[in-house]
Write a protein that binds this ligand. Structure first.
Ligand code: NAD
Length: 299
């Protein structure tokens, strides 16, 4: 059985690591937050005092961190701290599942290649529910060899696994997806509120739109209006799920990419402004479907 080092045990990384343990793999974990480590050791993980300690003898190193600076810092290190690239075995496969800028992924990939180590970006879609159920979608950027080798661990944590291209391509595909998701969430929110304001039952309206031409993932799986759907963040005061701050980060990444490629993304730009405004009003750590309150809340 494969030995895995898993670093970054937050809302996503925690349940992903737990699924590897359930599959019988030897998983050594590390997180800056000791409580997150304890939650995994109680499920059978080994722990290490440092990230380098966890990764030093692993077949696979998987990271699930907030942003590019965390990923660069962890893999490359600095004058005072070794990076994972200084300690991992040459035959190890490094898989970063965080959503970060493609340039950071390419930088880490190039530094890894200089040392003869394979690195792949594999950001995910499917949220915390998908992480817990082991049904995430992985969007991979890396060599054919890395993609083939990664199946051993990705199949345990995910359903759909795609090869988008070389290192960094997974990140590009992921931010395109999240830009579209934000636009759908805003559009769904304003549409449901328009119906409410005109006397409709939001559940009936959602059922109609779900099977009509306005149907989309947010209506099917993640309705933003409280009370329409059970077990989604909107019915739990927008707790858990995917934080507004992380959506703001992803929309910043898509706008950076659009600038660099001179692409026109007016809807993504507007969605970013709406989400930045929402975060500034104190909603940064709530689920991104709470954008609904920008339309529903009486001021
Ligand atoms: P999170 O904030 O819950 O977890 C991040 C974890 O990383 C924390 O436990 C933190 O302590 C740890 N960490 C940070 N720096 C570290 C370091 N140097 N060494 C070790 N641990 C470190 O975030 P999350 O919701 O799990 O998201 C992680 C990534 O997945 C983000 O890039 C996010 O955009 C992406 N993502 C999240 C979701 C979602 O629904 N939450 C869905 C898809 C993708």
């Amino acid at each position: 059985m494969a030995t895995v080092a898993f670093i970054g045990l937050g809302n996503m990384g925690g349940p992903m690591a737990a699924n590897l343990i359930k599959a019988g793999m030897t998983v050594t974990v590390f997180d800056l937050n000791p409580a997150a480590v304890d939650a995994l050791t109680s499920q059978g993980a080994l722990s290490a005092k440092t990230a380098c300690g966890a990764a030093a003898s692993a077949d696979f190193v998987i990271t699930m961190l907030p942003a590019g600076k965390h990923v660069r810092g962890l893999y490359i290190g600095d004058d005072d701290n070794k990076g994972l690239l200084d300690v991992v075995p040459k035959q190890a496969l490094l898989i970063d599942c965080s959503t970060i800028d493609a340039d950071s992924a390419r930088l880490v990939g190039a530094k890894a290649a200089e040392k003869g180590i394979e690195f792949m970006d594999a950001p995910v879609s499917g949220g915390t529910a998908g992480a817990a159920a082991g049904t995430l979608t992985f969007i991979c950027g890396g060599s054919d060899n890395a993609y083939a080798k990664a199946q051993t661990v990705l199949r345990v944590m995910g359903g759909n696994i795609f090869h988008a291209g070389s290192v960094g391509a997974g990140q590009v595909a992921k931010i395109c997806n999240n830009m579209l998701l934000s636009v759908l969430m805003v559009g769904t929110s304003e549409s449901i509120q328009l119906g409410l304001d005109n006397g409709l039952d939001p559940k009936v309206l959602s059922d109609i739109m779900k099977v009509s031409s306005g149907g989309n993932w947010t209506l099917e799986k993640y309705n933003p209006c409280p009370g329409v759907m059970e077990n989604v963040p909107s019915s739990k005061d927008y707790q858990g799920g995917f934080m507004v701050d992380l959506m703001v980060k992803d929309l910043g990444l898509s706008q950076q990419a659009a600038l660099a490629s001179n692409s026109s993304t007016p809807m993504g730009s507007l969605a970013r402004s709406l989400y930045v405004n929402h975060a500034r009003q104190g909603n940064g750590s709530r689920d991104f479907s709470s954008i609904f309150e920008q339309f529903s809340k009486k001021k």
